[in-house]
Write a protein that binds this ligand. Structure first.
Ligand SMILES: [Zn+2]
Ligand SMILES: [Zn+2]
Ligand SMILES: [Zn+2]
Ligand SMILES: [Zn+2]
Ligand SMILES: [Zn+2]
Ligand SMILES: [Zn+2]
Length: 326
């Protein structure tokens, strides 16, 4: 094992804290000679394993027989902040706390499942969904189907075998029959609940078909009535008819009267009447435009009365001709 990567420190580590062998941080720092040159513990261990008398890599002095980790250099290196080097992990702390972080809290460290698959800790739930060693209850019978484990659960890899013998397949027609998958197919062919359901659906279908026929006949009758009405009253526009229906028989006369008078006025075709044409055309189409017509009618009326008093415009307005539109 080599020393921690220098790039993971958030500030530049001074040269005398580097390991001259692996070029990482000299951590844990082992004193390699009487001049207190340090080497990382991992590198010194592998130097000793080679069997020869190890020399200080900096000054070539023989390494002392008893090695010790320097508390002073340890504190110096641990005073620099270190970023976790696993994936997108955001952890920052002392390099001395890295082993604990990787053991307990790093979500980006790789772990190996008993099924021998490897995954990152953050993906544990996703692996659980596919791991053949995940324990599950039978999706149909739950605890009623006893599995191989103490809790009555099955390992996912054993569930396929159980499905062939599971007796908790339920008849979907609510007849309370539970059986194996193979028997359920045979049962459904003769299930009495299924026959009742089919009868009920057939009744509902017949009612729906009756309703459709009734609507179609009503539609035809309405069409015929509309055609007849158009044939009898060619002088009235379709828009006027709608207004009459909406306003009731009491107003029907007034509107018809208004239409007739309006035609007469337009036939005389002087300037005033052309002005009156626009609101007149709008009568049947919308309440808003009808209201506008009413206002204009009243305005024109008062204006004309003034005109009449002062001997001005002699032509009568629509409202003076008896047209009242509310
Ligand atoms: Zn080293
Ligand atoms: Zn040395
Ligand atoms: Zn981490
Ligand atoms: Zn697994
Ligand atoms: Zn089962
Ligand atoms: Zn059934």
């Amino acid at each position: 094992m080599t020393g921690p990567d220098l790039d993971q420190f958030t500030a530049v580590l001074p040269d005398h804290l580097h390991c001259p062998v692996c070029l990482g941080a000299a951590y844990p720092p082992v004193v390699a000679c009487s001049r207190e040159h340090i080497v990382c513990h991992g590198c010194l261990e592998s130097m000793c394993k080679k069997g020869l008398q190890p020399l200080c890599p900096t000054c070539r002095e023989p390494v002392p027989a008893t090695l010790k980790i320097s508390p002073g250099f340890t504190r110096a290196i641990e005073s620099y902040s270190y970023k976790c080097d696993k994936g997108q992990c955001k952890w920052v702390g002392s390099v001395g706390d890295v082993p604990q972080h990787l053991k307990d809290s790093c979500k980006y460290r790789e772990v190996e499942c008993l099924c021998s698959a490897k995954y990152l800790v953050k993906d544990r739930a996703a692996h659980g969904v596919e791991c053949p060693l995940t324990s599950l209850f039978c999706p149909r019978g739950g605890k009623a189907c006893s599995g191989v484990t103490r809790s009555g659960m099955f390992l996912r890899r054993d569930l396929a075998a159980h499905e062939k013998v599971c007796t908790m397949y339920k008849c979907p027609y609510n007849c309370n029959t539970y059986t194996t998958a193979a028997n359920l197919v045979a049962h459904q062919k003769s299930c009495s609940a299924l026959r009742l359901r089919i009868k009920s659906l057939e009744r509902k279908l017949a009612i729906s078909e009756d309703l459709v026929r009734t609507y179609q006949e009503l539609g035809k009758k309405r069409h015929a009535v509309q055609k007849g009405a158009q044939g009898r009253a060619p002088e009235g526009s379709g828009d006027d008819d709608v207004v009459v229906e909406e306003q009731g028989p009491a107003k029907r006369k007034r509107v018809r009267q208004a239409s007739a008078l309006e035609i007469m006025t337009l036939e005389s075709s002087d300037g005033d009447d052309l002005e009156a044409r626009v609101p007149g055309e709008a009568m049947g189409r919308s309440g808003r435009r009808r209201a506008a017509f009413g206002t204009r009618g009243r305005r024109a009326s008062s204006g004309n009365r003034k005109g009449a008093q002062s001997g001005g415009d002699p032509s009568p307005s629509l409202s003076e001709k008896g047209i009242v539109v509310e």
